[in-house]
Design a protein around this ligand. Structure first.
Ligand code: ZN
Length: 470
């Protein structure tokens, strides 16, 4: 009786949503019908699909025979459209703004933008990026390195119905001494200078609830340092956490894999990966995130700051927030910055030659194909927040770069959804469109399996059962 009354009240107070009974439970349901649906498992698309959503979860997905439409459900006709799971950006950083104000190590503009103020703003206002991500069709993000507060976002975002799911690693272990973007009270980089430092750091971030512990560069030829890494890696295992590594050379990547790395967040870019690398990665069940576009992003941000070429922002849905746009659009205020002396400027001119950029990515593209063909799972991760790689919208560029490197659109749909959830250790909750999982999905006008660029034809986003309204 009580349920019936509750049911009625919802129907009256929220006219757009209707209450109903499904599987014996009284609750709100939405049905999306008629679309061609990719469930993220790599299975063949379901044409003319029915998707039943009850509260924030998927109740049923399949054909109209599999999933009868519950009485009183709100039915959204998506005939002629395409549905995939909401995208997962498996590599981003909440503390970074997309420009040099959050990376004084790359260009010091702290006279104009004091880093302490920028860092405080980033901590206090993560919602602007929640919005940008969901607007861009991204319903889960993995922050693989930041200050300790980034770990708090996991819970905060989970309980916010319009925020993407968040996983976060927190501060990184590194052989290099403290960076200019550390604060006295919180830091991004922790210098791994003893076994004890590593073990305590792993215990601390694990107790905070971190998803992963990341190593930023490995000093693989230094046995003393590698001893510290080994001790930290053993503690990661004891804490049932996972090791993440930023490793851009084959030697670094193999050193990380020998210590059990589960996620490699940059490409091996110096040489072709070898059989030993592949065997180690398969044995560990390591996930590979190529992170292709971020270098190009830096170059574009420098060109914009030098006043040589404005940073173009492709954002048809208007997802990028005003503060970011202002920052990007006023980049050339730094054109007289001492960093842009003659030598650096001519480096920028040479670097922006498209053929040169293409050539420098040769091993990145080759290794991505090789890793993928060997059966190592790949994910889509942009490194957003770094200068020139904007939060949210950059995922389209990254997927297109991966497609250009030779990954099929069908495989990219899985990489950008299921595999990303797997990297975040959230596959039980989302990552595929299956009964019982969160209703995180996007509706597209054009077929993403024909060309991954069609992900840009986004028309609707549903996050945790709610349609996102701009
Ligand atoms: Zn990164």
């Amino acid at each position: 009786m009580r349920l019936a009354v509750f049911c009625l009240m919802i129907a009256i107070t929220i006219p757009s949503l209707q209450s109903c009974t499904y599987s014996g439970q009284t609750t709100i349901s939405t049905v999306i019908s008629g679309a061609t649906l990719f469930d993220g498992t790599g299975a063949e698309a379901v044409e003319n699909s029915i998707l039943v959503i009850v509260d924030n979860r998927i109740e049923c997905v399949g054909s109209d025979e599999d999933c009868p439409v519950p009485d009183g459900a709100e039915v959204v006709d998506a005939s002629g459209k395409y549905i995939t799971l909401g995208l997962v950006d498996a590599h981003m950083h909440f503390f970074q703004t997309g420009f040099f104000d959050s990376r004084p190590d790359a260009m010091d503009i702290t006279d104009t933008y004091p880093f302490a103020e920028i860092a405080a703003y980033q901590e206090q206002n993560p919602e602007r990026y929640y919005d940008t991500y969901v607007c861009s069709g991204i319903t889960a993000v993995y922050d693989v390195g930041g200050m300790t507060w980034s770990i708090d976002l996991e819970e905060a975002a989970e309980s916010n119905p319009m925020a993407p799911h968040v996983a976060a690693a927190g501060p990184l272990l590194t052989p290099v001494p403290g960076a200019p973007f550390d604060l006295p009270s919180d830091r991004v980089l922790v210098q791994l200078d003893s076994e004890e430092t590593g073990v305590k750091m792993v215990q601390y971030v694990s107790a905070l609830g971190s998803t992963g512990v990341k190593f930023w560069q490995l000093d693989e030829d230094n046995p003393e340092y590698m001893g510290y890494v080994e001790a930290a890696a053993e503690e990661i295992e004891r804490q049932e956490n996972q090791m993440i590594a930023h490793a851009t050379t084959l030697a670094q990547a193999k050193a990380a894999l020998r210590n059990g790395a589960k996620l490699l967040v940059h490409s091996v870019s110096d040489v072709e990966v070898d059989d030993e690398f592949i065997e180690l990665a398969l044995e560990n069940e390591t996930i590979y995130n190529p992170t292709i576009i971020v270098d190009d992003g830096y170059l574009k941000a420098y060109l914009a700051a030098a006043g040589m070429e404005p940073l173009s922002v492709t954002d048809a849905r208007g997802c990028v927030d005003d503060r970011t746009l202002e920052l990007i659009n006023s980049a050339d205020q730094f054109s007289e910055h001492p960093q842009f002396n003659g030598e650096f400027k001519s480096y920028l001119e040479r670097g922006s030659d498209p053929q040169r950029m293409y050539d420098s990515d040769f091993f990145v593209r080759m290794n991505l194909r090789k890793v993928h063909e060997a059966g190592i799972p790949i994910v889509v991760g942009t490194d957003a927040g770094n200068p020139g790689t904007l939060h949210g919208i950059s995922i389209y560029d990254e997927m297109e770069a991966m497609q250009e490197a030779g990954i099929s659109a069908d495989d990219l749909i899985v990489a950008a959804t299921r595999n990303g959830a797997m990297a975040m250790q959230r596959l039980d909750d989302f990552g595929t469109l299956e009964a019982g999982k969160f209703a995180n999905l996007i509706i597209l006008d054009d077929n993403p399996s024909e060309d991954i660029s069609n992900m840009r034809s986004l028309s609707e986003v549903m996050i945790k059962g709610n349609f996102y309204n701009q």
